[in-house]
Design a protein around this ligand. Structure first.
Ligand code: HEC
Length: 277
């Protein structure tokens, strides 16, 4: 088919092909160069739950919940967590009940058709700080505080990123201007974040007496957010360990059985004996 085209069309088609290929190359190059962004990458931290067999530090999750509740919850919702989720992880059932009852929830309608407030129950989800996203934006100079339920999975770098973000606030370098309501944070994409530094030394007092330094508070809230995003974390690793143990037994048994069954075939000798003339 190509042979039947006139010389002019061949040249034209060739030029079109070359241009397309070149254009694709340029686009790829641009894409790659844009990917090499100016964000500082968070360092990988040595979390106690790193590694195949390490569970989350549950004392730390409990302290992290305290940090979330006393600090972050003024702006951030965690709408996928219910008070019952805390039972057996950070709190006993009685403690979780007491916590739930500290909040008021709208319920109803009652017999007269009116909504009423009642104390929280274990089955209630964590209360939201704002009625809706618009209210949240209005209260935060236009920036929407994201729901934190799955934030540890929703950001590259997970808890490493959140740790770096919360501890990484600093003055902007010379020549960089930041709008009044924004704060400079080298780890945040774009470097100008709408969240004021939320944590500082001794912003709260831990119920277990741990010194509430910035590093400690941040580490605990990150562990809590990791647990929230992946509550099955410990179970998953425990299942993995069991699986490895059971399969190592099964595989050696299977290997033995295979040798046993095949021994006749493998050790036989086939010989050709020509018949005597
Ligand atoms: C005064 C309100 C306020 C408090 C308190 C607050 N935040 Fe935020 N946070 C915000 C706002 C607003 C944003 C959105 C910022 C933006 O998009 O520029 C945000 C964004 C974030 C983000 C997402 C950053 C990203 O990559 O998009 C994380 C993670 C976060 N906050 C964690 C926390 C944690 C953990 C705490 C508690 C220690 C906390 N915040 C306390 C207002 C708050």
């Amino acid at each position: 088919m190509f042979a039947r085209l006139s010389r002019g069309s061949k040249v034209l088609l060739g030029a079109f092909g070359a241009l397309t290929a070149g254009g694709a190359g340029v686009v790829t190059a641009l894409h790659v160069s844009v990917n090499a962004d100016e964000n500082v990458h968070p360092p990988s931290l040595d979390w106690s739950h790193n590694g195949v067999f390490n569970a989350l530090d549950h004392k730390s999750i409990r302290r992290g919940y305290q940090v979330y509740r006393q600090v972050c919850a003024t702006c951030h919702s965690m709408k996928y967590l219910a008070f019952r989720n805390l039972i057996g992880v950070t709190h006993t059932e009685e403690e979780a009940k007491v916590i739930a009852e500290e909040y008021l929830f709208k319920d109803g309608p009652d017999e007269e058709g009116n909504l009423f407030d009642r104390p929280g129950k274990l089955s209630d989800y964590f209360p939201r700080p704002y009625e809706n996203d618009e209210q949240a934006r209005a209260a935060n100079a236009g920036a929407l505080p994201p729901d934190l339920s799955y934030i540890a999975l929703a950001r590259h770098g997970g808890e490493d990123y959140i740790f770096a973000l919360l501890t990484g606030y600093c003055d902007p370098p010379a020549g960089v201007d930041i709008r009044d309501e924004l704060y400079y944070n080298p780890y945040f994409p774009g470097q100008a974040i709408g969240m004021a530094p939320p944590l500082y030394n001794e912003i709260l007092e831990y119920e277990d007496g741990t010194p509430a330094t910035l590093g400690q508070l941040t580490k605990d809230v990150c562990t809590f957010l990791r647990w929230a995003a992946e509550p099955e974390h410990d179970q998953r690793k425990r299942m993995g360990l069991k699986m490895l143990m059971i399969f190592s037994l099964l595989i050696s048994a299977a290997y033995y059985l295979k040798r046993h069954k095949w021994t006749v075939m493998k050790s036989r000798k086939i010989a050709y004996r020509p018949p005597p003339n």
